[in-house]
Structures are given as structure tokens and as C-alpha cells.
Design a protein around this ligand. Structure first.
Ligand code: ATP
Ligand code: SF4
Ligand code: MG
Length: 327
């Protein structure tokens, strides 16, 4: 197992109170596997990813419980300098907005080359050559010339390729991509996603793909984890989940998309709004919006039940998952 996140809890101390952003997340990613993380805005997808990467803003954030096991080592117990080494060389993150993640006053080539001079102790000349190779690898045309340009001189799609190149530079074992294509237009989205999926396969990396786009999920992910109010409410192999969801929230997400093979569609809101993280509803946090709600849902928090009779590793945090699955 490459990454095993166990019972992770993150809170934010704000003036209005304590926002419980992540409330016992469990997920696992194997080498060569793509896990898609899906859920409405504010469900804790990014905060979970930041805690795994060790880039959470602390304060106001605080990890109050849990483990982040990376090849069996708990990253939450490492000293900051060890943590930084793991982050640089073994795991990397790709963000939605390349322009704000890249340094505007350094050329793209210098930023790529720096990965090799700092982490690999290469000479500037060799590092520069590696930078051009990498730009070629992510299919940036005329890489030899464009290596001297600044981030703002690239289109959105090309900048996203540079981000991918930066993330790939040290051949990490795990990449977390947080809405990597959301800011791009649809055709460019598909190209960038294809490139990422191709590199992931080639290098057998683990990939956590945070996305709103169900079309992307169906194309590239192996497994899916659906988040709601800082919890995983359903997890399953992608095709099983699409065939028959075992949680009413997942069902709502799928039903709100007319065609799953339609690219670029966003999730549509289910009736009502996601809960305030300052006041998460009692019992099942989805109960105020759930079409299947019963009395027990208002009082008893559903654990992530193992969905039996399904391929191994399906889980649903619904007391009535059986009815949902077969209904
Ligand atoms: N720096 C912060 N300070 C205070 N609260 C924060 C901070 N970052 C995140 N939060 C809280 O954590 C919640 C979850 O945020 P997160 O960014 O993980 O959502 P998300 O699922 O990634 O949503 P989106 O789809 O919009 O990116 C937010 O609604 C917010 O209440
Ligand atoms: S536990 Fe109850 S409220 Fe929650 S999703 Fe299941 S049926 Fe709906
Ligand atoms: Mg986010």
C-alpha cells in the first residue's frame, strides 16, 4: 500500500467557531492506482489533500486525529525537514491555477531546472537539459526555445503542462491533482487529462484526482471516494459505483447528470445546501437533504459499512445502503 489515510480529522479555528472540515477520512491508494475524490464544494477534498501533502495552513488549521501512512510511515510524525524531503521527491501536487503556483519572475526553464539542482545536486547545465527533456515529455512544442520564457507567456493549457512537468520532475510515487483541468476549456481539459493519465500509467504512480467532472472520473479513475461534510460517504470501484450507488448522496450526484459519458459536466446541486461545518447535523450529516431519511438517521452516525456481496473494498456510510443499492 502506497498511501493509507486513517481516521483523519482537521479543524479550523475561526472567529465564528470551530469549522470541522475533515471528520474521519479513510482512504487508500496503491501504486499505479487512480483514486478520484468527488463531492460538492466545501466537502473537505482539498483540505484532506493538503493534510496529506503537509501543506495545510496551521494555524488556522489543526490536525486533531489520524494517520497519513506513506509506505507504512506516518507522515504526521515526521520532523519538518524530513517531511519536506518526502514532499519534494516522493509526492507532488498539481493545482488548478498554474499561474499562481509558478513563480512569475523566473523562466519556466529555471523553475524546472531548480528541481534538479536542489534535489538531485545536478550542475546547472545538466539541469537545464533535463528541463528541456521534461518540457518535451509533456509535449510543449519547441521546448528548446520556450524553456527561456516566463509563465505568463504560455497559454492556460501549456502552463498546466508545465505544472505537470514540475510535479513529475523527480518521478514521485504519488501525485495529488486538485481540479487540475477545471480552469481550462473543454478540449484543452481533455488533452491535459489524457497526458496526466498517460504519465501515471507509464510511471505506475499513485494518483489522487480531485474533480467535479464525472466524465473525467469514468475515463481515468480506478476507484472513487465520495465526500460529504468532511467524510467519505461512499467508496467503490468506479464502474460498480456508477452501475449501482450504495449511498443516497452518490445517487443524487449521478442522477443530476443526464449522461455520464458527457465530458465537462459539473455536478448539479442536490436539494438543499451542504451543511455549515460549524454546525454539522446530528446523526447522518446528509439527513436534512436525504430522500430516504428515517428517524434513526437523525440520531445515529452511520459508520462506513462494508458493502457485502460486492467486489472487495466497497463501503457506504448509510444505514440503509442495501435499499439504496437495490432500489
Ligand atoms: N484556511 C482556512 N481557514 C478556515 N477554514 C478553512 C480554510 N481552508 C478550508 N477551510 C474550511 O474547510 C472547508 C472545506 O474546504 P475544502 O477546500 O477542502 O473544500 P473542497 O471540497 O475542496 O471544495 P471545492 O470543491 O470548493 O474546492 C471549507 O468549507 C472551509 O470551511
Ligand atoms: S443514513 Fe439515512 S439520512 Fe443518511 S444517507 Fe442513509 S438514509 Fe439518508
Ligand atoms: Mg477544493
Amino acid at each position: 500500500m502506497l498511501l493509507d489515510v486513517r481516521d483523519l480529522h482537521v479543524e479550523f479555528h475561526t472567529r465564528e467557531g470551530v469549522a470541522k472540515a475533515v471528520n474521519g477520512v479513510n482512504y487508500r491508494v496503491d501504486a499505479g492506482e487512480t483514486l478520484a475524490v468527488l463531492g460538492e464544494s466545501g466537502s473537505g477534498k482539498s483540505v484532506t489533500a493538503q493534510a496529506v501533502m503537509g501543506i495545510l495552513d496551521m494555524p488556522p488549521g489543526r490536525i486533531t486525529r489520524g494517520q497519513v501512512l506513506f509506505e507504512g510511515r506516518d507522515l504526521l510524525k515526521l520532523k519538518e525537514d524530513e517531511r519536506r524531503r518526502v514532499r519534494g521527491a516522493e509526492m507532488a501536487m498539481i493545482f488548478q491555477d498554474a499561474l499562481s503556483s509558478l513563480n512569475p519572475v523566473l523562466t519556466v526553464g529555471d523553475q524546472l531546472a531548480e528541481m534538479f539542482t536542489v534535489h538531485r545536486g545536478m550542475s546547472r547545465k545538466d539541469a537545464r537539459a533535463r528541463a528541456v527533456e521534461l518540457m518535451d515529455r509533456v509535449r510543449i512544442p519547441a521546448a528548446g526555445q520556450r524553456v527561456k520564457q516566463y509563465p505568463h507567456q504560455f497559454s492556460g493549457g501549456m502552463r498546466q503542462r508545465i505544472m505537470i512537468a514540475m510535479a513529475m520532475a523527480l518521478e514521485p510515487k504519488l501525485i495529488i491533482a486538485d481540479e487540475p483541468t477545471t480552469a481550462l476549456d473543454v478540449t484543452v481539459q481533455a488533452q491535459v487529462m489524457d497526458l496526466l493519465a498517460e504519465l501515471q500509467r507509464e510511471y505506475r504512480m499513485g494518483l489522487i484526482l480531485i474533480t467535479h467532472d464525472l466524465g473525467v472520473v469514468a475515463d481515468v479513475a480506478d476507484r472513487i471516494a465520495v465526500m460529504y461534510a468532511g467524510r467519505i460517504v461512499e467508496t467503490a470501484p468506479v464502474h460498480d459505483l456508477y452501475k449501482a450507488p450504495a449511498h443516497p448522496y452518490t445517487r443524487g450526484l449521478l442522477d443530476s447528470v443526464p449522461r455520464l459519458d458527457h465530458k465537462g459536466r459539473e455536478l448539479y446541486a442536490i436539494k438543499g445546501l451542504p451543511p455549515s461545518l460549524l454546525h454539522i447535523p446530528s446523526g447522518c450529516p446528509f439527513h436534512p437533504r436525504c430522500p430516504m431519511v428515517r428517524d434513526v438517521c437523525r440520531t445515529d452516525v452511520p459508520p462506513l459499512y462494508e458493502v457485502t456481496g460486492a467486489p472487495a473494498g466497497r463501503g457506504s456510510a448509510c444505514h440503509f445502503w442495501r435499499e439504496c443499492l437495490h432500489g
